[in-house]
Design a protein around this ligand. Structure first.
Ligand SMILES: [Zn+2]
Length: 572
């Protein structure tokens, strides 16, 4: 007999209530609205920092990044300064999918970020955004791929032209491709539901995240790069994506029996980028905590390579053909390994005199590392001085004030041990700066040695942007909507965390919750009668493993990932 899914999870990367609620009030997104009425809903607090790789990995493991080992798109090489691209190989805690398999439930997942290479699940797994390219083995079992291609055509993983949206034509092109990808994944989800149903299934859609990053400024008239001329064409770009995915969710839900549990979740929220830009390494240099080599050099790079680095990759984004881009991207891993994959490092930090530094290559998540003796190869900070140095940096960061209101730009700096717990916590950055809270919003830009005397904080001019840049970024709170016979109806629930979903799904299926999961069962979502008859069972720890991190990507694969992340705007 054909399986009937017991739990279906729909992931809408970056979906946020701040935009959904007003639109829903106007009658938009009827499927999500119906789901809310028949179940529970509320905010869903992400992990810190609220970025896609640790967020979805915490969702899948029920654990904080210190226990699963994924903190970022990149990870520091053991005992070095170099950064490599992370993928699912760096995850060192079992997923809820494996735990469900062990409990006898089959699982099928589609397009969840940080699931490459795919897990050999009982069921299937189609990897998400960390898949290096369409030619990578990103589907388990491999024969499912041929079947999908036969029925749905070749699978497209990427949008082209994201970084080159300086004309309306290109913007239209990106939006059209985004729609094609949503259609592709919707068709795939419906096909899998029909032909490969599993006990637990999950389908993720990424386009809300992408459209929010690149189109937020067009719907927000107060945005510092808002262009009123573009409103008629692109003012509703984000809303259209939400409405399209609401329809997709409706199609999925319509195919399910009413007693199938349905969850709609996002890994974090979204909001506008603001006009405050901080140059962190420049600031650390001004404080005397970071030093550049006397003769900062980018030797070893070709002229073109230097130009690309200096141009902030914008040259690469806007003027090269895609073939040229891929050739350059193939060059990058070598450059990256040699030069630590940060602008600051490209232009040569003098490690022998540097106490603290930031990896500035990534667009959004600013964090600071301490050049600690015994940890970093050229560490100069004595462990005995660590606390004092960290306190000093936190105090100095608080001195960066918005000249317009005299208030600190960075409202909070987290020490590593405040947010990461577990065997891999030490792999996280020493300091994580809050860039996601409404009273602590800013972005960062790479620093260059010759600009050290320029201000570390600038307020961006309010005028339309000439280049393709982010108008939107992440916020801490995503969304949760869930319906199931065991859950309450029409109820709003509070204080839900992304890491609570895994234990909640386990409990819903009568599986005990590993005692080392950091999340807890969302008891406030359940009907009291269900809880009275089914008390939460705590089970043996799911544990952690010491996986081999270095085997993540080959050079060629990491080039492909780099190209994709650049295209998505995650790399400067
Ligand atoms: Zn995300």
């Amino acid at each position: 007999m054909k399986k009937v899914p017991k739990v279906v999870i729909i992931g809408l990367d970056s979906a946020t209530w701040t935009v959904i609620r007003p639109w829903m009030a106007e009658g938009s997104m009827p499927n999500l609205a119906r789901l809310m009425k028949s179940g529970v809903s509320g905010g869903l607090e992400s992990v810190l920092p609220p970025i896609t790789p640790p967020a979805w990995t915490s969702f899948m493991t029920g654990k904080n990044p210190g226990k699963h080992g994924i903190f970022h798109f990149v990870e520091t090489e053991h005992g070095g300064y170099a950064m490599n691209y992370a993928n699912a190989t760096s995850r060192r805690s079992p997923t809820v999918w494996k735990l469900l398999n062990q409990a006898g439930y089959s699982v099928g997942t589609m397009n969840i970020p940080f699931t490459y290479p795919p897990e050999p699940l009982d069921g299937f797994q189609i990897s998400g955004m960390d898949t290096p390219s369409e030619s990578s083995p990103f589907i388990h079992p491999p024969e499912l791929r041929n079947e999908l291609v036969r029925h749905l055509g070749e699978i497209q993983l990427d949008l082209r032209f994201l970084g080159a949206m300086s004309t309306d034509e290109r913007r239209d092109q990106v939006l059209a491709e985004m729609e094609q990808m949503d259609q592709q994944w919707t068709k795939a989800a419906l096909y899998l539901l029909e032909n490969h149903p599993q006990d637990v299934m999950m389908f993720v859609f990424m386009s809300i995240d992408t459209v929010q990053h690149y189109f937020w400024q067009h719907m927000d008239k107060d945005h510092f790069i808002h262009d009123p001329k573009l409103v008629p064409k692109f003012g509703d770009a984000i809303r259209k994506v939400y409405e399209r995915l609401d329809a997709a969710a409706g199609q999925i839900i319509d195919r399910l029996p009413s007693d199938t549990a349905v969850f709609v979740v996002s890994d974090h929220g979204g909001g506008p980028v603001v006009d405050r830009t901080i140059y962190l390494n420049r600031y650390l240099a001004q404080l005397g905590l970071l030093h550049y080599k006397e003769k900062a050099t980018t030797s070893g790079l070709s002229t073109l390579g230097k130009k690309v680095l200096r141009g902030g990759y914008s040259l690469l984004r806007s003027t090269l053909t895609s073939r040229q881009k891929s050739r350059l991207a193939l060059l990058f891993p070598k450059i990256v390994q040699k030069t630590e994959m940060a602008y600051s490092a490209f232009t040569s930090i003098d490690w022998s005199r540097t106490k603290a530094y930031c990896s500035e290559v990534l667009a959004s998540p600013p964090s600071i590392w301490i050049n600690l003796k015994g940890v970093k190869p050229q560490g100069i900070v004595d462990p005995a001085d660590y606390e004092a140095l960290v306190n000093h940096i936190i105090a100095k960061l608080a001195e960066l004030k918005d000249p317009r209101n005299g208030k600190p730009v960075i409202n909070r700096v987290y020490r590593r041990d405040e947010i990461f717990h577990g065997p891999f916590a030490k792999e996280g950055a020493d300091l994580v700066l809050d860039w996601w809270s409404e009273n602590s919003l800013f972005s960062t830009q790479p620093s260059f040695p010759e600009d050290t005397d320029k201000p570390a904080l600038i307020i961006r001019e309010h005028k339309p942007s000439e280049t393709s840049e982010w108008g939107g970024t992440h916020r801490l709170h995503g969304i949760l909507v869930a319906r199931a016979p065991a859950l309450r109806t029409g109820a709003e629930i509070e204080n839900s965390h992304l890491i609570d979903i895994a234990p909640t799904v386990l409990h819903l299926l009568g599986v005990s919750v590993p005692q080392d999961m950091d999340g807890s069962v969302l008891t406030s979502a359940f009907r009291p009668e269900f809880l009275a008859e089914n008390s939460v069972k705590s089970g043996a720890a799911s544990g952690t493993s010491e996986g081999d991190r270095s085997s993540g990507y080959t050079d060629e694969e990491s080039a492909k990932v780099e190209e994709r992340l650049q295209a998505l705007g995650y790399l400067e």
